[in-house]
Write a protein that binds this ligand. Sequence first.
Ligand code: ATP
Length: 310
Amino acid sequence: MTGTQPGDPVRVRVPGKINLALCVGPRREDGFHDLATVFQSVSLFDELTATAAPAGVVTVTVEGPGADLVGAPEDNLAVRAARLLGETYAPRRGVDLAIAKGIPVAGGMAGGSADAAAALLACDRLWGLGLPREALLELGAVLGSDVPFTLLGGTAVGHGRGERLTGVRVDHVFHWVLVTSGEGLSTPAVFRRFDRLHPPASVPAPVVPDGLLAALAGGDPVALARTLRNDLAEPALELRPDLAATLAAGEEAGAVGRMVSGSGPTCAFLARDAVHATVLATALRVGLPGRDIHVVTAPASIGFPHAGRG
Ligand code: ATP
C-alpha cells in the first residue's frame, strides 16, 4: 500500500467501467437525463501517481494509448478533482499528478472519471486528510455523473444522473472481451442524438431490467446476456454506423452477449468463461484485424499498488 509515510507519493490503480444496463429517462430541466443503470468495473486500468508539490500547484502528465486525445492540463478531470479537493479541504497543498492511461480515451468507459476518482483518493491520502467516503462522493458528483461510481468500483446500481448509488455484492467473475475504437465518441453528442430519436414526452421513467441483478448474483453469463440493455446504443450506432459491423463480428465469433459500452464506441462481448473469452478474442482478432482487443474480468476493484520515490 502506498502513502504509508506522510508525503510519500501515492499510487492508485483505477478500473474503467461498463454499464450492464443503461436505461435512459426523459431529459430533465437541468439538461441531464434520469438514468437507471448498473455499473460494473472491468480490469482495464489507469494508474495515477500523486507526488507532493508546492502550495497551490497542480500539474499533470499523461502517457499511454490515447494520451494525445486527453486535452489540456487545465481541462483534465484529475486536475479539476485535485483542485476541488484542495480548495475545499486543503488550500495550502499542491500535487504533481502522473497518469498512465490503460482505459481507452473517449471510449464510453469513464476513463476521465476514473482519473478524477483516483486523484481524489490519492490526494486525500497524500495530504493526510482522511476524509470519509461520503465527502469524496459528494465532490465526485460535482465533477461528473460517473465519478461517484468510479470512486467505489465493483458493481453498483445508479439512479439520478448515475450519482445516486447502491453497491451490489457480486461473488462471481464474468469474462468480457472489449473492442476499442481508434476514434472517440462524445457523450453529450450521443445524448443529443437520443433526444432527437426520443422526444421527452415519449420516454418512460427508466428501470433496471428484470432479472439482471439475479443473473449477477447467480453468476450465469447466459442469463446476464438476456438482460443486458443500453438505450444509448441506438444513437451511438447512428453516429457511428461502423459499430454495427463490430457488434456483428462479436456475434459471429460466438459471444454470449454483446453491447455498446456506455455512450460508445467501445463494444463489449460477454463470454461463457475464461477459456471462452480467449477463444472469442482470438476470433475477433481475425475478424477485426488491426483493432485493439482486450480480455477483461468483472467486477474489478480499485487498488493502491506500491509507489516508491522516483
Ligand atoms: P464519459 O465519462 O463522459 O462517458 P468517456 O468514458 O467516453 O466519457 P473519457 O475517457 O472519460 O471518455 O473522455 C471523455 C473526454 O474527457 C475526452 O475527450 C477528454 O478530452 C476529456 N478528459 C479530461 N480528462 C481526462 C482524463 N484524465 N482521461 C481521459 N479523458 C479526459
